[in-house]
Design a protein around this ligand. Structure first.
Ligand code: R5P
Length: 292
């Protein structure tokens, strides 16, 4: 067993020093095979190296939550502004027209709901991902949860094994239990564990000290939006995350629960890809909202 007596916090994150240039726009993927790079290039824009993923997989644990009651009415109008869609197979097959031709990050684990034990998930059939021609698979990890940590890490490990056979990248999604501190120490640990177990992309939350989290993660991190914030604050979070080393967002509620979801996703897109400041992004949001 590893010696825990002298476990020292990392302190040398080399902030400001670029990771070794590798000739590919997705961090940590330079040595991957062609098919995997092709899929990653559909998710991450080769010109900016960034992505705006639209997450609307929430129903798989919480049913028709606010903003997702009618995905045909609320999400379909946003699809043209997203770089990638993160959803479950059920919604993909029943509501999303295949003609949208957007890369899909398929929610690839399932098991429990908000009514029982969250996080007691198993991975779903890899062939689903192949059949639906997805560009990535997402698997949740519950780091620090005594009941499900090992099981969810094993899920990720297995998903990466299966994904590797067909060059389908896997995104590790860090789920934060109520008992966990949402700080850089926790997210640094959780994101690194995802990467160490083979995740090609990691989804995390933004936090104080995020630059260290991003620096120590050898693959791209996209941030979840978390609970709905006022639009200006959500844009500030995106801006700070990108400045601190995030490769984009995988955002749900802060888009589809916005007072103007279409304006919000376009403003997020401009902050992520064009480097608009939060003030500029908020101005764009207000202009687009007013024009609708
Ligand atoms: C959580 O398991 C899901 O992956 C959500 O899609 C994720 O939390 C992103 O959504 P939000 O931006 O609403 O936090």
């Amino acid at each position: 067993m590893a010696d825990l007596d002298d476990l020292r916090e990392g302190a040398e994150f080399g902030l400001g020093i670029q990771a070794t240039p590798e000739g590919f726009h997705v961090k940590g993927a330079a040595h991957q095979p062609w098919g995997l790079k092709d899929r990653l290039s559909r998710v991450f824009n080769p010109k900016t190296g960034k992505t705006v993923m639209l997450a609307f997989d929430h129903g798989f644990i919480m049913g028709p939550t606010s903003g997702l009651e009618r995905i045909d009415l609320t999400i379909l109008p946003l699809i043209e502004y997203a770089d990638c869609l993160m959803c479950t197979r059920g919604i993909l097959q029943s509501v999303i027209p295949p003609t949208v031709n957007k890369p899909i990050c398929l929610r690839s684990d399932a098991g429990t709901s908000i009514l029982t034990e969250l996080n007691d998930n198993v991975i779903i059939d890899i062939e689903d991902a192949i059949r639906m021609n997805v560009s990535a698979m997402a698997v949740m990890l519950s780091i620090g949860d005594p009941a499900f940590e090992a099981k969810t890490i094993a899920n990720l490990y297995k998903a990466v094994d299966l994904g590797s056979r067909y060059n389908i990248p896997v995104m590790g999604v860090t789920a934060v239990g109520k008992q966990m501190a949402r700080d850089a120490r926790y997210f640094g640990l959780a994101t690194r564990i995802c990467a160490e177990n083979g995740a090609n992309i990691v989804k995390s939350y933004y936090c104080e000290g995020f630059a260290n989290v991003a620096a120590a993660c050898p693959v791209p991190i996209v941030i979840a939006g978390g609970k709905k914030l006022p639009e200006k604050e959500a844009l500030e979070m995106c801006y700070n995350a990108i400045n601190d080393g995030a490769a984009g967002v995988d955002m749900g509620r802060n888009v589809f629960q916005s007072t103007s979801p279409a304006a919000m996703i376009q403003a997020v897109h401009a902050v992520v890809h064009e480097g608009l400041t939060p003030d500029q992004g908020f101005e764009l949001f207000n202009d687009l909202k007013a024009a609708r």
